[in-house]
Design a protein around this ligand. Structure first.
Ligand code: ADP
Length: 254
């Protein structure tokens, strides 16, 4: 079966700042939730942009479903960082989700019945169809997050990418979000990047660290070597030239 993701020795820099160093990651399972953890400014969004083909590494190879990222865009859904949106923009829930179909339909083209059906199904999946005519600015944070997930689901992706989906949500809303991801992961591969996986850790099948620097659990700093014991699931370091390596200290102690 085709691998979902294959990154080999990927390096990215902005000007002379290297942001991703020797990233190696292989994801084979078509279902499940992979958490990518790293501190703020640690290159998590950059990493997602590489998977989306929006940024080209200056070194290394990236394959998504066996193809270069720009050729597999139709198979990938993306939920950008929620706090970057301007919620005063006058647009309804229904319109937001339909824009997810633009890659199929083309910009400023008329939406087809198929587009509308896909948007309806996506909104039903996240249990937001009944609010489809609401303005996005009238929703709670958790509801908005679900609308943006529906937008990403409207193209029926096989891989769903989420950038800090838990930020700005209170614990109850976070819990609803994680239960939704837990349901969705049966049908697709999901990758979420975040600086703190503590609340979602029960649903995560695998954790990858983008670097050795600070990691957090319940807002407390913990060393990368202690992550595996903290999260009780496989943890690997995927950057800085340390590919596919389960942290040795815990391998030895288990
Ligand atoms: P994270 O998502 O982990 O917070 P980012 O990938 O957004 O990290 O950013 C990693 C580093 O790259 C930061 O130091 C950030 O300032 C820098 N950076 C991000 N995007 C750009 C850009 N377009 N141009 C220059 N520097 C950038």
């Amino acid at each position: 079966m085709e691998k979902v993701i294959e990154l080999e020795d990927v390096w990215v820099r902005y000007g002379n700042q290297t942001v991703l160093e020797a990233v190696n990651l292989e994801l084979k399972e078509p279902n499940g939730l992979l958490g990518i953890i790293g501190p703020n400014g640690g290159g998590k969004t950059t990493f997602l942009k590489v998977l989306l083909g929006l940024l080209k590494p200056y070194k290394g190879s990236v394959k998504i479903f066996g193809k270069p990222p720009e050729k597999s865009r139709d198979l990938v859904g993306y939920v950008p960082q929620y706090r970057r949106f301007d919620f005063d923009f006058p647009i309804s829930v229904w319109e937001v989700v339909l824009t997810g179909r633009m890659s199929h339909t083309g910009f400023l083209k008329k939406y087809s019945e198929e587009d509308k059906k896909a948007a309806e199904e996506a909104l039903k999946t996240v249990e937001m169809f009944q609010l489809k005519d609401r303005q996005i600015g009238q929703l709670s944070g958790g509801q908005r997050q679900r609308v943006f997930i529906a937008r990403a689901l409207a193209t029926n992706p096989k891989l769903l990418l989420l950038d800090e989906p838990n930020s700005g949500l209170d614990p109850h809303m976070q819990d609803e979000l994680y239960r939704l991801l837990n349901r969705l992961k049966r049908e697709m591969a999901i990758i979420m990047v975040t600086h703190d996986l503590s609340a979602v850790s029960v649903y995560v099948d695998r954790i990858a660290c983008l670097n050795r620097t600070l990691h957090y659990h319940n807002s407390k700093e913990i060393p990368v070597e202690d992550l595996e014991a903290t999260y009780q699931c496989p943890v690997e370091l995927i950057a800085h030239g340390v590919p596919h390596r389960v942290l040795e200290r815990h391998k030895g102690s288990s």
